[in-house]
Design a protein around this ligand. Structure first.
Ligand code: HEM
Ligand code: MTE
Ligand code: MO
Length: 386
């Protein structure tokens, strides 16, 4: 009995002998493929949703006002995205191994509908491999592809999710049959005796996923920092430095001022001493990088809202903070009302009890709750009210 090779039967109902010998493992069957598919579907859906959150936090349409609380929301969604994505790799490999005998399907194409279905599966596999491989390269900071990662990764995610929805629709009947049907003993072929069981295969796959998650999560969750062997950025004490002042070509002149300008009642030009003399506030807030790592710091400085109120701005104003950096993708960021109204949003002057170091943004950097690291602008010199 070779029921698990049913999909390889030819028109006469026979499975070619060569194939029976080659793919005799029961692990190539529908039940295994269905269960792995369910878990992969869940993982990709979570990645899609958390990825879109990251995208639209960085590029919000005008009507979209993200909340500034909970403080750690983005830290969690992006941690789940990247660490969950890395942990999905063994699951995808297991699924591909389970179904790869279908590559030998004969005839390769039976009808137009069948050709479309296989084309969709090709897109799904190619999309999944592309997302995981480019994602890994990106968090490993190995920028070797000729395209800009976020753009390619963003658009591929729609292709992947589209192909996934179509694939799930096509396979749903099989999933129901395979998952909700009790196992019949007569369907268990004798040749599977003594081999890795389905249960063993699932357990091995789950263990591989868990090992990756547990040895990576320390880059975001400090208690596990000691075993973060696979973390792309090894966790260190305090807040890591993303881009150094030297790499950003920062020079802070003695006549540095914080310039508050744009649609304001009074322009301000505050020296560092004048900023230090304003009411001082502290906040424990994380830097939560888009690349998945995060670290909390104890920041202290001036509330952005205090400075904006001194300058006189409308309550729904949008502001842009600009850094001293001459070029670079992250030299400015926008702050909308929920974030600048938040008392935890600071123009920070100190980190962990000491003045900011040049690498962390001296003389002044933005730090706000629930916000991607790329928007926590360092070396701030201008606040423009739009
Ligand atoms: C190993 C797996 C994955 C890793 C390591 C990974 C990594 C990343 C990283 C580092 C970013 C931030 C990019 C940036 O803003 O600089 C990101 C964003 C994103 N990811 Fe993934 N990802 C993975 C899998 C996936 C999958 C499977 C999907 C879709 C189903 C997906 C969809 C997205 C989306 C939509 C964004 C937002 C892109 C943007 O800001 O325009 N990712 N991912
Ligand atoms: N001006 C400027 N600000 C910046 C960046 C930058 O390249 N230029 N990098 C951002 C990114 S991607 C992150 S994760 C945080 C890191 O802050 P840290 O180096 O203090 O940890 O700073 C952000 N602020
Ligand atoms: Mo970052």
């Amino acid at each position: 009995m070779v029921r698990h090779l049913d999909h390889l039967r030819d028109r006469a109902g026979a499975v070619p002998r060569a194939i029976v010998g080659r793919f005799s493992s029961r692990l190539h069957d529908e039940r295994v493929a269905a269960w792995l598919g369910i878990w992969l579907g869940i993982s990709f859906t979570v990645a899609f949703v958390t990825g879109l959150i990251s995208h639209f936090m960085q590029h919000p349409p005008t009507w979209l006002l993200w909340p500034s609380r909970p403080v750690n929301l983005y830290r969690v969604t992006q941690g789940v995205h990247v660490i969950g994505g890395l942990a999905t790799i063994p699951l995808l490999l297991a699924k591909l191994w389970t179904v790869y005998p279908k590559l030998w399907q004969w005839p390769p194409v039976r009808s137009v509908a069948h050709a479309l279905e296989r084309g969709m599966v090709f897109l799904l596999v190619a999309g999944a491999l592309f997302q995981l491989v480019t994602g890994v390269f990106n968090v490993a900071r190995w920028y070797v592809f000729p395209f800009y990662f976020p753009t390619a990764h963003y658009w591929t995610s729609y292709v992947l999710i589209g192909a996934l929805i179509i694939h799930v629709t096509n396979e749903w009947a099989k999933v129901r049959r395979a998952v909700f049907r009790p196992v019949r003993l007569d369907s268990v072929p004798l040749e599977s005796a003594g081999r890795l069981s389905r249960r063993g295969f699932f357990a091995a796959t789950a263990a591989a996923c868990a090992v990756i998650a547990v040895t990576t999560v320390g880059e975001a969750f400090r208690p596990l920092a000691g075993i973060a062997w696979l973390a792309p950025l090894p966790p260190e004490r305090g807040v890591p430095v993303n881009k150094t002042a030297a790499a950003a070509q920062i020079t802070v002149r003695p006549d540095w001022r914080l310039h508050v300008t744009g649609v304001v009642q009074r322009e301000l030009r505050l020296s560092l001493d004048e900023l230090r003399a304003l009411p001082r506030h502290s906040a424990r807030l994380p830097i939560a990088c888009v690349e998945g790592w995060s670290a909390e710091g104890a920041w202290s400085g001036v509330r952005l809202r205090d400075v904006l109120r001194m300058a006189g701005v409308a309550d729904d104003a949008r502001v842009r903070v600009e850094s001293l950096e001459p070029t670079g993708r992250y030299r400015t960021s926008e702050v909308r009302a929920p974030h600048w109204h938040d008392p935890l949003t600071l123009l920070a002057l100190e980190l962990d009890g000491a003045p900011l170091t040049p690498d962390h943004g001296y003389p002044c950097r933005l730090i706000a709750p629930d916000r991607p690291g790329v928007l926590q602008t360092k070396w701030v010199t201008t606040v423009v009210v739009l």
